[in-house]
Design a protein around this ligand. Structure first.
Ligand code: HAS
Ligand code: CU
Length: 541
């Protein structure tokens, strides 16, 4: 057993994440039902928007942040083989973030902050929502500090040695998050909180959207990095093989952290406040940041092939069949990669300016991110939870078949939910609508797809419930003896003994990030302080 793991700390983070998750799943199913119009009794725009705002915040901010913190604490303590530095501080971060969530939930659930998870002004919610969200972010900064301190201390005590890959990548994520969250922090502190408290009368929504774009793109990689960590450090070992290349993994994490940051404007292609040259610059960067995903796909599939061949797989594709498909981690990675093909394809469509014009603000976009985030990213969160659970609770998973059923059903549900969403987008259905009041041939053609989405949502709700059930039942089962399970890290096929500084630290990369951010966000933000704008007063709730 890994005796450095702070079990209670990690389990507390994970349970907050997973309770948020299952509540959000419930809301998701209500939302597909409501917007389909098949159940008139459910129809209410105000309840719909309160629900969709809460669903988005719970999934995108609460599930992710708490999961990532718990994951990071486990990685830091087991890969560095030392206890968490300053545990009281870690608990402080946890409680700060938790109080923030409760504070934000109150206006969300009472319909006073139905501003969606992107909370774009001029829609304005209750101040408690923004203050709660700020506390959540500040709580997560505490986690970042702890990761950075543990990383630096380890390097000091082990001079010249490569930092374990898992910790290297977790630190990259902490650094990414500190940079990422700065944009929205400035927006909330200087624009939204003062506006919602009535201290100022007007704000510039263009500036707000630009600051949010600073956060909105890299945040998706903050969510994704734990998934990629699992791909590189757990999957090869669970499949029975080796990591194809540790250097490639390090390069992928560095490129993700460095290039995810300066490229938010592909969310603003159709907005007027930024000039086309800046959009082009950010557009090019968006294609660059797809590269580490391609590298990751290649390295992970190569690692799986090594494992498959070591297990006796022959021929061009025979190795796929010899993989241990009943191992939850291995099954998850296969399903995650399959969803990544289409989720990533959708991303490339979005990133291409002319095609973005066809799909922007349509149902295609939620189709894209439910597949790549809800699908690829979250299925690996499940796999990680299942892998960590025996170590955290000292008890085995109560039934592997139930785990496999849960993972398969999540995949099937995602296919049923997101395929129609993509089609609906191409058929012109806007996103962020509660209902369609007019009936014509166009909207009638949406109906069969709505039906498929309701089925998809239902499968996902059942699968989400099964996930929480599997974890709770395993943790609560009475067992006479605790299991001795450790978290095992995959070995690279060619062991790494020494590394150049730039593949083992972040000083240089932080400077690169600072320069890139200054180039891509400097003028686009400064312009707001020089141009004459009219400002908008908020549409209060
Ligand atoms: Fe995205 C909108 C572009 C990745 C999440 N994205 C969103 C939003 C979210 C989101 C939440 O350019 C909505 C924001 C909002 O509410 O307004 N996205 C991209 C691009 C990528 C991308 C280029 N997105 C993600 C990830 C997310 C995420 C990851 C969450 C985790 N996205 C956009 C754009 C928009 C956008 C625009 C704005 C749209 C608009 O107009 O509003 C790339 O990183 C994707 C790269 C991935 C690939 C796929 C490679 C495939 C591989 C699999 C190989 C597997 C095989 C199978 C062969 C190019 C590696 C092997 C099988 C075996 C059995 C072994
Ligand atoms: Cu983006």
């Amino acid at each position: 057993m890994n005796d450095t793991v702070s079990r209670k700390l990690v389990l507390s983070h994970f349970w907050v994440a997973f309770v948020a998750f299952i509540l959000a799943c419930l809301m998701g199913e209500y939302q597909v039902l409501e917007r389909s119009g098949f159940v008139p009794a459910l129809e209410s725009a105000s309840v719909y928007f309160a629900s969709v705002s809460t669903h988005g915040v719970l999934m995108a901010f609460v599930l992710t942040t708490f999961f990532i913190m718990g994951f990071g604490y486990t990685i830091a303590s087991t890969s560095l083989k030392q206890p968490i530095w300053n545990q009281p501080l870690a608990w402080g971060g946890f409680w700060l973030a938790f109080v923030g969530v409760v504070l934000a939930a109150l206006p969300l659930l009472t319909g006073k902050a139905s501003v969606l998870y992107t909370f774009y002004p001029p829609i304005v919610g209750h101040a408690a929502f923004y203050i709660g969200a700020t506390l959540l972010v500040v709580g997560s900064w505490v986690w970042c500090v702890i990761m950075l301190v543990m990383f630096s201390q380890w390097k000091k005590n082990n001079p010249g040695e490569p930092v374990p890959l898992a910790m290297f990548a977790t630190t990259a994520n902490a650094i990414l998050w500190l940079w990422t969250s700065a944009g929205v922090a400035v927006e909330v502190l200087f624009q939204l909180i003062p506006l919602s408290l009535g201290w100022i009368d007007t704000i510039d929504p263009g500036l707000a959207r630009t600051l949010f774009a600073w956060t909105l793109h890299p945040i998706v990689y903050f969510w994704l990095i734990p998934t990629y960590i699992a791909f590189y450090v757990f999957v090869p070992k669970q499949a029975g093989g080796f990591l194809f290349s540790e250097e490639m993994a390090r390069i992928a994490f560095i490129v993700l952290a460095v290039f995810a940051l300066p490229i938010g404007f592909h969310h603003l292609y159709m907005d007027p406040e930024q000039e086309k040259g800046w959009k082009l610059l950010h557009g090019i960067g968006t294609f660059v940041v797809a590269l580490p995903t391609l590298v990751t796909g290649f390295t992970v599939i190569a690692s799986l092939e090594i494992a498959g061949r070591l297990r006796g797989g022959k021929g061009l594709f025979g190795w796929i069949l010899t993989l241990p498909w009943t191992n939850p981690m291995v099954l998850s990675v296969i399903l995650a990669l399959l969803m990544l093909i289409f989720g990533g394809f959708g991303g490339i469509v979005n990133a291409s300016y002319a095609m973005n014009a066809m799909v922007h603000n349509t149902a295609w976009v939620p189709g894209h991110f439910h597949l790549i985030f809800g699908g690829t990213t979250i299925i690996m969160y499940f796999a990680v939870a299942y892998y960590f659970w025996p170590v955290l609770t000292g008890k085995p998973l109560f039934c592997n078949t139930m785990v496999l059923v849960q993972l398969w059903s999540w995949f099937v549900g995602m296919v049923f939910l997101t395929t129609p969403w993509h089609v609906l987008g191409l058929l012109g259905q806007p996103r962020r609508i509660s209902t369609v009041v007019y009936n014509n041939l166009l909207t009638l053609s949406w109906k069969p797809y709505e039906l498929a989405m309701i089925l998809g949502g239902l499968i996902l709700l059942i699968s989400g419930g099964l996930f929480v059930y599997n974890l709770a039942k395993s943790q609560l089962q009475p067992v006479s003896e605790t299991v001795e399970q450790t978290i095992e890290y995959a070995q690279p096929i060619h062991p790494v003994t020494s590394l150049p500084n730039y593949l083992n630290g972040f000083t240089f990369w932080n400077q690169v990030i600072a320069a890139l951010m200054a180039i891509s966000f400097g003028l686009p933000i400064l312009q707001f302080f020089f141009m004459k704008t009219f400002g908008s007063s908020g549409w209060g709730y």
